[in-house]
Structure formats: C-alpha cells, structure tokens
Design a protein around this ligand. Sequence first.
Ligand code: RIB
Length: 340
Amino acid sequence: MAHTVGIKEVARAAGVSVGTVSNVINRPHMVAEETRERVQSTIARLGYVRSESARQLRAGQSRIIALLVLDMGNPFFVDVATGAERVARADKLGVMLCNSAESSAEEADYLSLFAEQRVRGVLLTPADMSGRNLTEFRRHGIPFVFVDRVLPSAEGCSVSVDDVRGGTLAVRHLLDQGHPEVAYVSGPMSLKQCRDREEGARAALADAGLPAGALRHIEADRLDVASGRDAGARLLGLAPRPTAVFCANDLLALGVLQALFAAGVRVPEEMAIVGYDDIEFAAAAAVPLTSVRQPAVRMGQQAAELLLEETGEDAARHRHQRIVFEPELIVRESSLAARR
Ligand code: RIB
C-alpha cells in the first residue's frame, strides 16, 4: 500500500510543530511568511493532504501542472504554453491548460478545480489583480509561478519581461524614423503591462526632448484584434493625425492595420506601426509588422522549471525568484520610413 503522509511527517520535514502546520493550513495569517512558505513547500513536496479519504486516494504527488492563461486566443499565450509543456513532458508530467478569459470569477473557479485535483503546481497570468483569489488558493499549499503579470504582494516565483524597456524600444525606433509624434494604442490601463509600456514610451519622448503631448493615447477595451480595429478608427479621427502608432500588443496592431487598409491609408508611408509580443502572425501580416519581441516560449520554459524546482526533491532549498527577460525590437516593413 502506498505510503501516506501525515501531519507529523510534514512538521518534522519542515522543522516546525504540528500546531504550526495546522495553523499554516487553517490560519495562515497567524504564521510568519518565511515559515508559512517553508511549510507550504513541504506540504506540496510530500504530497500531504488534509482529509483521510483524499489521502487514501493519493498514491503520490500529482503528475499534472496547471497553466491558467488570460486569453487562449492570443498566440502569445500559446507560445508560453508550448515552452511550459516541453519542460513538463521532459519530467514525464502533463499540463492542464485553462483559460480565465480575463475573468476573476473564472480564475477563482479554476483555482478551486486545481485544489480539488491537488495538481502539483500552477503557472498563471493573474486576472484578479486584487490578490483575493490567490490568498484563498494559497491555503491549499500548492505552489504557483506568475507568468507575464505579477501580483505586487506576490510571494511566489515570477517570469516576466521589462515592459518599460519594451515601450522605450518601440517609440525610440519610431522617433528615429523621423516621426514628430506617436499614438499609443493600449489595452485597459488597469493592466500593468499597458502602464509599463506607456511609461517606456514616455521615456523615449523625454530622451528626445519632446513634450508629453507628443504621445497621443488611445485606450482600447481589450487587447485583441476587434478592439484594434475600433482603435484604428479612432486613430484615423485624430486631428492632426499622427504618422506613427505604437500598439500594446500585436493583436491590437493587426486590428489597427485592418482599419487603416479599409480607409485606404498606406502603411508605413502614411502611418508607421509597431506592435508588441512578436507573435508568429506579426511577420506574416500583409505588411510585415515591426514588433517588440517577448521570449514567450522561453518564458513558459523558465516558469515551468521554477515550478518543478519548487515541487521537486530539493523543494526545501527552493527560494522564490523573479526573473525578468529583456525585450528585443524586431524591425520589419511596417515601421520603416519611406525610402528617400
Ligand atoms: O495579456 C495580454 C498581453 O499581455 C499579451 O499580448 C502580452 O503582451 C502580455 O504581456
């Protein structure tokens, strides 16, 4: 019969009393952060489960890790999933891919499912930026790693990109092409990525000695193609109309491109465009899209590696890391000044 882990074994492995283990599970706010994290890592590593019936059911640690993305329709997250899946498979684990559709309620439902299934760990791009969903989930002692978007109060590992730097690369490139002002099409500014990319854009203006008004901001409802088309129509209505636009991701840029084509506006001759993510469709667009590349596949790999380290044999020695990748500007036809 498979060995079942008891609370005493957890306490011994974590170097605390049984009462402390019980507090970590039932009253985590009563336990110091470092102790709480160590006990939670030990719970996950040993595969301890609270209820006797669940303990009977578990033969060992789950071989499934969960990946909860914001938008399954965004190729950026497909690339993240590709990287994570390759690392998981190498460890003979499977990935349960779920989509929160940027909904806090759907995120909470999936986190409950992951807890019921006692998955080994969770990779997630949080939809609920308040942290309430994760505070509840943390009680189950299942480790998680943030991908792309990090909760400020986060205790877990994270993998993201320096989006401020990314915004600067995009707008500096457009200014270098001779554009006196740039439109910035963002997603909801409640999203940290959109704010950081704007911050970088404004830094490029300041470096060039241009006033803040040289960045014309259009806030789209969502970071998708349809919202890009709407934003493109608003861009065309600006007077005077800028001759360059930086979009907070490639889906928005592809939507803007569609709106400009429909209006007979030539790209890049009459409007230069830069996107963000460098998804596969960027290079394949009708006018190959200049984009700020996020190493999405590598981000997925790195996040999975951190999670497997935190739940593996040496979990007790794991220390949380925040890994930030550098963005890279990939220049294509959509932003190059007309050949003089
Ligand atoms: O969450 C949507 C966007 O944020 C993606 O396109 C990627 O840019 C991520 O950082």
